[in-house]
Design a binder for this molecule. Sequence first.
Ligand code: ATP
Length: 271
Amino acid sequence: MHAALAERPAPRPGGTPPLMRFDAIRHDFDTAGGSLRALDRISLDIDRSEFVAVVGSSGCGKSTLLRIAAGLLAPSEGRAVFSGTPVSAPRPEIGMIFQDAVMLPWFSVIENVVLPVRIAGGDMAAARREAAERLDLVGLAGFHDAAPGALSGGMRQRASIVRALMMKPRLLLMDEPFGALDALTRERMNIELARIAEESGIAVLLITHSISEAVFLADRVVVMTPRPGRIAEEIAVPLARPRSERTLLEPDFAAICHRVRRHFQSETGIE
Ligand SMILES: Nc1ncnc2c1ncn2[C@@H]1O[C@H](COP(=O)(O)OP(=O)(O)OP(=O)(O)O)[C@@H](O)[C@H]1O
């Protein structure tokens, strides 16, 4: 389906608002050299429990789009609407995970994980119980009381995913979360993230430079044009779930990767 340069998303059956709607977003940055258009005419819907991956060349505005979704940046024009309400500030239903999992070194892993609940004034005993269970599920059973510095990059990123889930978000925004990991760890993290998303039903908006990661994880891959970032194509990924190592061997997986890759044939920086 080509959603190229659509001004407005199509009306939805039944009139239910999507979980997240980017409605004709444009964003210009003021720079020393004048105004720089980062995003132009971005209209995109994300449904409940949907996994959407965004790929595009460096500087095409992916992080800018995510910051707008998180309520960290107001667009120059258009709006981001979460569950029918315009996003104007960060909110607990929208979680965010960055490339580098930032952890406070003076707190143990589990205390870092329950920090959002502490800040929100929630039930700490219940939070610690839930955190312990979730840490076990992602293979961090022996590391609840470890210092964050004792964890590898992959382990820290798993802990940061658990931390983001503590506030029970309905949408998880992920900005190149596995970019700093080695290829094998990254593949394992992809499988784990697919499982978490499938089991929890949380919607995810993932930014990645890896085409195979995007296709492996997503229900839909959004390809952006070089700056100013527009939507070049939305590509559905109808691969069966649960996704696993076997998914990577499916002919359809390769075919969809190829379709995404065609957009970048003359570019570098995209795997
Ligand atoms: N605060 C800012 N002030 C001025 N220009 C900015 C600012 N933030 C981003 N830009 C510019 O806007 C454009 C889009 O940046 P953005 O970080 O969203 O791209 P990206 O697609 O996430 O890039 P990458 O893949 O390299 O992380 C770039 O040209 C960038 O230099």
